[in-house]
Write a protein that binds this ligand. Sequence first.
Ligand code: HEC
Ligand code: HEC
Length: 212
Amino acid sequence: MQNNFFLKIKFSYPILFVVIINSAFADQDSIKAGEQKAMLCTACHGVEKSVNPEWPNLSQQSKKYLVDQLHAFRDGKRKNALMSSQAMGLSDEDIEDLAAYYNSIPADKGSLQADDDIIALGQNIYRGGIYERDVPACISCHGPKGLGIDRTGYPKISGQHSVYTHNRLKNYKEGYDIKDSVGKNYAIMSSISFRLSNLEMKALSEYLQGLY
Ligand code: HEC
Ligand code: HEC
């Protein structure tokens, strides 16, 4: 009985090894294909960093989050005058490859540019939330370095342009009434942004730009 068990383990090792190696190659292929497909995207998003602070940096972004957002743009659940048309012609495979590519690029570090009191306000909310208004600490989902949690689709938010982040938080807040029709993850962030003032959103955006 025991012998059989060890025999099984011994034989399954090489198979496991082959599976792991194969999927590593598949990932590399997908990243390469994504790099080719991203030629047009880099005009706005750059590689490590975009040139316009209204256009988000995509490098090192969680893969699942990127996939979710590209589907949302393609399906019309997320709308933007510049971006929606870009997603329209993408196949599911294009979306997987583009997400794998941007996820594989190490991000540049951002820098702090706002006054100390603004940064301090942002940092306090990021780490401790706002108790009286039921605003949870951002750190609990986005992590101490703002890297997010890939498998859940929680995005990396550190090192992002403060202008983009501020716009995005305002957008979540404005979308509060339709949040459930957009999707579960959108609803999470919309409910949180709804309880933040404009100054608090601005402070968080400035703090996040320099977090790494
Ligand atoms: C003409 C400029 C432009 C081009 C080209 C472009 N984008 Fe975008 N993209 C934007 C803008 C602007 C936004 C921000 C939209 C918003 O504020 O909601 C955006 C947002 C995104 C987001 C969401 C990021 C986040 O953090 O939520 C992803 C993912 C994305 N673009 C991927 C791509 C891919 C992949 C391509 C190429 C197929 C591409 N973009 C081409 C302008 C562009
Ligand atoms: C309960 C988990 C949770 C908490 C707490 C949380 N977030 Fe999020 N956050 C998410 C999820 C999930 C998304 C993706 C939403 C989507 O798909 O649109 C997100 C998205 C974002 C984005 C959009 C990123 C991009 O690239 O467009 C920003 C900015 C953000 N969160 C900032 C914050 C800030 C600031 C706080 C604290 C006030 C916070 N989050 C707290 C789960 C959370």
